[in-house]
Design a protein around this ligand. Structure first.
Ligand SMILES: Nc1nc2c(c(=O)[nH]1)N[C@H]1C(S)=C(S)[C@@H](COP(=O)(O)O)O[C@H]1N2
Ligand SMILES: [Mo]
Length: 314
């Protein structure tokens, strides 16, 4: 689908209804270009039941890495989205059942202007940038993904956090009709950041990847991406953002507090209790490579943790 310039396009046209209503049009997907083609190679359609929708041209970002991007067919078929199953291709098979339009995100708690935003209102807050970030999963693999989004700070500033707000909690979509009922984690999946982390310019409110709107399995229609932290901090399919005073409950921390801390900064020196975090396998490569402190973003984020014992606050 061809895209006009951002100036003459309404945000609602970027996210057309048909796209998000889960067409079961499996044949057409074969002709939908790179994403579909790459995934067909793996024997699965890249988007489950949705057609790809290209975004308007994106502003490049100085925060982007120039490392080689992970093949889109891997990034859209090898996913963690436990609501849809714990197998790597379960999200691809199942997430298309999620209705992602209409969609609203409530922003509430310790803010002067609590309110709900629909997708179009979110997209009007700031221009979408392309941010090519490394994503490092706590399981020991990593990818390089060109995301499309803008700093979460643009949304947080719009609601005016109060002085007492110290943390941000993300609550994600849960629907027992289409997602697992097994208590793999406590649903809905929740995550959290300290307010200064959430306001950091690298924390991206994300709507797309590889120049297209987010596939369902990657957290459509809106997720966060926090590239210096393990992947599970980058919550998918967000429905509420709460500003709170105390460190919020997070799904993985509640599941296994000794294994998954609130901070979960990528740190090769702090092992997971059951495995080392010193190396990782970049998806698409064979040899493991060393994991870098803060996933290679120390220059940008290390000052957030000055004076903190990162072994204690893992
Ligand atoms: N709602 C929700 N968000 C989630 C998860 C999840 O299970 N549910 N998994 C996380 C994990 S462990 C990782 S590594 C990343 C994976 O993102 P990707 O599939 O887009 O690469 O999503 C994170 N966000
Ligand atoms: Mo992960």
């Amino acid at each position: 689908m061809l895209i006009r310039r951002p100036a003459d396009i309404l945000p609602s046209e970027i996210t057309p209804r048909a796209l998000f209503e889960g067409r079961r049009d499996f044949i057409r997907r074969a002709g939908l270009g790179l994403a579909a083609g790459a995934a067909l190679w793996h024997g699965l359609p890249a988007r489950g039941a949705q057609a790809a929708q290209r975004l308007a041209p994106l502003q490049p970002s100085a925060f982007s890495t120039d490392e080689a991007r992970t093949d889109v067919g891997h990034a859209t078929t090898y996913n963690n989205f436990y609501e849809f199953g714990t197998g790597k291709d379960d999200p691809l098979r199942n997430a298309h059942r999620m209705q992602v339009r209409p969609w609203t995100v409530r922003v509430e708690g310790l803010v002067n202007k609590p309110r709900s935003f629909d997708l179009d209102e979110l997209l009007r807050l700031a221009p979408l940038e392309e941010r090519i970030y490394r994503l490092r999963c706590v399981e020991g693999w990593s990818m390089v993904i060109p995301w499309a989004g803008f700093p979460l700070a643009a949304l947080l500033k719009a609601v005016e956090p109060q002085g007492s707000a110290k943390y941000v909690q993300f609550v994600t979509h849960y629907d027992a009709e289409i997602m697992t009922r097994r208590p793999v984690l406590i649903w809905p999946y929740t995550e959290g950041l300290r307010l200064d982390e959430a306001l950091h310019q690298m924390t991206l409110l994300t709507f797309g990847m590889y120049g297209e709107v987010l596939p369902h399995q990657n957290g459509a229609p809106v997720r966060v991406v926090v590239p210096w932290k393990y992947g599970f901090k980058s919550a998918k399919s967000i429905v509420a953002i709460r500003l709170v005073e105390e460190e919020p409950i997070t799904a993985w921390n509640r599941y296994a507090p000794q294994e998954y801390g609130f901070y979960s900064n990528v740190n090769p020196e702090v092992s997971h209790p059951r495995w080392s975090q010193a190396t990782e396998r970049r998806i698409g490569e064979l040899r493991r490579r060393p994991t870098l402190m803060f996933n290679g973003y120390a220059e940008q984020v290390a000052q957030l943790y000055q004076g903190m014992d990162l072994k204690k606050y893992y």
